[in-house]
Ligand binder design. Structure first.
Ligand SMILES: [Zn+2]
Length: 427
């Protein structure tokens, strides 16, 4: 789960929480814009309080309430369906019912998402339960398991964790993730290994087994740079960073140290494919991520939940996408509502400038479209993911072969999308 996940609901819950602390009504805490947008009935019901908390003056307006609206008369692109078919390599079991899963499938159809990888972070009965829920849609979802870190500090941990990994593989897990280490040690869902990092020798047998079983590993290290900075007027990502702050966490390995740890892990386990979640949190220093990718052929990076961090630097980010188009995979990690997908398409595909998505991402800053070429989009949306999943099938020969990963998009022998209009081929 992306710890920075801001969907609209959670963001407004956060705002409402702040309202409770301040003793304000929820309808009046979102700021002037929300007050203007609230309907008349709500206004009447809260008229007294709403009057009491009329829009703040610039002297008292808080950054969290800042909702600028772009006035530029420029292109605004509405992209309801991705330009090419997609495999979403980073999502989670968000739906709470079967009907919500069915709704998700319908949304995927509308958005052009062929398949979604559910990173369950779970093992044992919990994994089995989640897997069962998605079994009705075997072509549309893959469920990946977590790792069991129970007894990580006791002898025999490695073999026990490997045994559970094999059991999950037998039960249908096709990969591992999302495994976190934000500097305190590894975590898989509720299972913690305080002080044990991915390059710890105790992890060697497990990472090796992942490679042997053809299970790619989705690994999230660190968090965005702004979370480590002082929470003061110089912090560029303050509004989001303060919510997920790490600057007040003692004895954690910093962002750079976690990247080093990840690299040592990659070097030791060349037969295991790793997917660094969220640009390895090097979205602020893509040059370094490029160097890490070049040194480590067993590494891919997903772009999940780092749209807001790359959209402020569209030209530099687009150059990075062009250079490493074979190593980046699409991901979301932000729930399963349609507008969420549309925002990602707008950022990747359009050339729009200076637009805001504060409720989705939690940053106050404006975004820009990257305007990626069709060739790059095809690779990031689907082809690279297809390569990972195909390689995995080859590695796991002996385990019952599954149907082709994509029921619609046709890939040639090089794993490239067929040259026909991919939009016609989506489900
Ligand atoms: Zn996640």
């Amino acid at each position: 789960m992306n710890p920075r996940f801001f969907d609209r609901r959670s963001f407004f819950e956060l705002i409402k929480g702040a309202a409770v602390i301040l003793g304000l009504s929820s309808s009046g805490t979102i700021g002037a814009v929300a007050l203007r947008q609230s309907n008349g009935r709500e206004k009447d019901a809260h008229s007294q309080k709403a009057t009491a908390i009329k829009p703040a003056s610039p002297e008292t307006l808080l950054l969290k309430d800042y909702r600028p609206q772009s006035l530029y008369k420029i292109q605004v692109t509405k992209t309801s369906k991705a330009k090419f078919p997609i495999i979403d390599m980073h999502s989670h079991p968000y739906p709470r019912s079967e009907s919500e899963i069915d709704q998700w499938v319908r949304t995927m159809d509308e958005a052009g998402v062929e398949k979604t990888i559910i990173l369950t972070m779970a093992t044992g009965g919990e994994f089995d339960e989640i897997r069962k829920k998605y079994a009705k849609h075997p072509e549309r979802f893959e469920t990946w398991c977590g790792l069991d870190f129970l007894d990580y500090d006791k002898p025999g941990f490695g073999p026990l964790a490997v045994k559970e990994l094999e059991r999950c593989r037998e039960a249908g897990a096709r990969g591992v993730g999302e495994i976190h280490d934000k500097g305190k040690g590894l975590r898989s869902g509720k299972s913690n290994a305080v002080g044990m990092h991915p390059d710890d020798p105790r992890m060697d047998a497990i990472w090796e087994k992942c490679g042997e079983l053809g299970m790619p590993v989705s690994l999230h290290v660190a968090d965005p740079i702004w979370m480590y900075q002082k929470m003061d007027k110089h912090n560029d990502g303050l509004m989001n960073a303060y919510y997920w702050r790490l600057d007040n966490q003692p004895n954690i390995v910093g962002l750079s140290g976690m990247v080093d740890i990840f690299e040592r892990t990659l070097a030791r386990h060349r037969n295991t494919t790793f997917i660094a979640c969220h640009f390895m949190n090097l979205d602020y220093d893509l040059t370094r991520l490029g160097e890490v990718l070049e040194r480590n052929p067993n590494l891919y990076a997903d772009i999940a939940a780092r749209y807001a961090e790359t959209a402020p630097i569209p030209r530099f980010a687009a150059q990075f996408y062009a250079k490493y188009a074979d190593r980046l995979v699409y991901g979301t990690d932000m729930g399963f509502d349609k507008p969420m997908y549309e925002i990602t398409f707008r950022i990747l595909e359009s050339q729009d400038e200076h637009f805001y998505e504060i409720e989705q991402f939690g940053y106050h800053w404006a975004l820009n479209g990257l305007g990626l070429s069709d060739d790059i989009l095809k690779r990031v949306y689907l082809e690279n993911a297809a390569k990972i999943l195909t390689r995995r099938r080859k590695l796991s020969r002996g385990v019952a072969a599954k149907k082709p990963l994509s029921s619609c998009a046709q890939l040639d022998s090089r794993g490239r999308l067929s040259p026909h209009d991919a939009r016609q081929s989506t489900i």
